[in-house]
Design a protein around this ligand. Structure first.
Ligand SMILES: NC(=O)c1ccc[n+]([C@@H]2O[C@H](COP(=O)([O-])OP(=O)(O)OC[C@H]3O[C@@H](n4cnc5c(N)ncnc54)[C@H](O)[C@@H]3O)[C@@H](O)[C@H]2O)c1
Length: 400
């Protein structure tokens, strides 16, 4: 593909192209906000494997880890390279920028592009860890995927975002092609038992567990090893579609996997935890019915007090590395979502949700922020980027 002007064209929340400069700028902006700190162990660089490192919470954990604590290791994600017609996915460009950031910070960090669910990717990543570091201290599991091929059976499982048991009617926020916000009511049909089981196969703890098994069988787990998988609970407003729905079933499985893994890892003095994070605008979350409306209202209520994935990832590393006390709930889950689920915040969001109409939504929700956040997922609407510049989208994956 030749050097060209890259524009935000697409449909709904999906854009066709990503802007390399905008994606790079987002990463450097995040890095600037993650001030360096010294871990309780005195400053030895921890080694981490971060799965889902190119986007959302996994990217934030990678950038925060590198910038704040000089974390080294391997980032794994699944991104599409540039083609003749299209730029690469945004995560491709964010990974290039994250690799540069690591290099500048003196952090030995390699990035692998591959399907985390396959045994070949596991072998490649573990070979890299064995050769480069000899073992790891942290595994952060932050994958959001639409499907998974079970490596034992070859069966492809698709995840769905549906309620369980009964139809659910919810308000949802959409945008016309000219960007005008629309409030619509949608009827989400209940998932079948098979669809729920498939979603658990994709988004539950099975693959996380297989990664820990693979690390263990290769002798790569260091004493005191900690693994964390990302989870979500959220509001009663979204619970029918999320926490009580198919994805919630997968999250319950993830949380019970943490207990099982924790028992096994105790022989290494290790821990397996889930981290319940707050709502954020990511490629994965915009696919969930009602979430666009909910997050826009949440931002309308909280404004700048909304905690970004980077803020929460800083909290996560501070807790993991002993710079702050581990904040776990009665079920052993790290809770980074207190700001979202605070009673007064939920009461205010609920009130706005109830009264929102097509005419009032612009006053009740921060629609402009949401629309810009969606565009920023693709590297557009990023401050201090010259979008009139001709860009070369054909950038290579960083050398491992
Ligand atoms: N977005 C939210 O509001 C929110 C809130 C709390 C918890 N979470 C959880 O955080 C985790 C990450 O979600 P996100 O919203 O950051 O998603 P995201 O879409 O921003 O990122 C997903 C990441 O997974 C990678 N990925 C997808 N399929 C893969 C595969 N087969 N192999 C390797 N990598 C793959 C992508 O490349 C990307 O790096 C999920 O467990 C999600 O449930 C999200």
């Amino acid at each position: 593909m030749t050097v060209r002007l890259i524009q935000p064209t697409g449909r709904g929340f999906l854009l066709f192209d990503s802007h390399p400069d905008g994606c790079a700028r987002l990463v450097t902006d995040m890095a600037e906000r993650a001030q360096p700190a010294t871990p309780a162990n005195g400053g030895e660089r921890p080694v981490a494997l971060i799965i889902g490192s190119s986007s959302g919470y996994g990217l934030a954990a990678t950038v925060a880890g590198i910038s704040r604590y000089g974390v080294q290791g391997v980032g794994l994600c699944f991104e599409r390279p540039p083609t003749e017609r299209r730029t690469a996915t945004a995560g491709w460009y964010r990974t290039i920028a994250t690799a540069k950031l690591a290099e500048e910070a003196g952090s030995d960090f390699a990035f692998v592009n591959g399907d985390a669910f396959t045994d070949t990717t596991k072998d490649d990543v573990l070979d890299l860890i064995a050769k480069r570091f000899g073992g790891i201290d942290y595994l952060i599991y932050s994958v959001a995927a639409p499907r998974r091929t079970d490596p034992l059976t070859g069966v492809v499982h698709q995840s769905v975002i549906q309620p369980i048991g009964a139809e659910h009617v919810t308000k949802t926020l959409e945008f016309d092609s000219d960007g005008t916000p629309r409030l619509r009511e949608i009827h989400a049909q209940p998932a079948t038992a098979e669809e729920t089981a498939d979603t658990v196969k994709v988004m539950g703890g099975e693959d996380w567990s297989r990664w820990v098994d693979a690390l263990d069988s290769r002798g790569l787990i260091r004493p005191g090893f900690t693994t964390v998988a990302l989870s979500y609970i959220g509001s009663h407003l979204t619970s029918a579609i999320y926490r009580q729905g198919t994805i919630g079933a997968a999250k319950l499985h993830l949380e019970s996997t943490a207990s099982a893994l924790g028992g096994r890892l105790s022989t290494y003095g290790g821990r397996a935890l889930t981290s319940v994070n707050g709502a954020a605008v990511t490629q994965a979350s915009t696919a969930i019915p009602g979430i666009a409306l909910y997050v826009s209202l949440l931002r309308g209520v909280l404004g700048e007090d909304m905690r970004s994935p980077l803020d929460q990832s800083i909290d996560l590393w501070d807790q993991l590395l002993g710079a702050a006390p581990l904040d776990v709930d009665g079920q052993g889950r790290i809770r980074l979502d207190g700001w979202e689920l605070a009673e007064d915040v939920q009461a205010a969001v609920t009130e706005r949700w109830k009264v929102a109409t097509a005419d009032t939504i612009g006053d009740l929700a921060d629609i402009d922020w949401f629309r810009d956040e969606v565009r920023r997922l693709y590297g557009f609407e990023v401050p201090n980027v010259d979008y009139s510049r001709l860009c070369d989208p054909d950038l290579p994956w960083p050398a491992a």
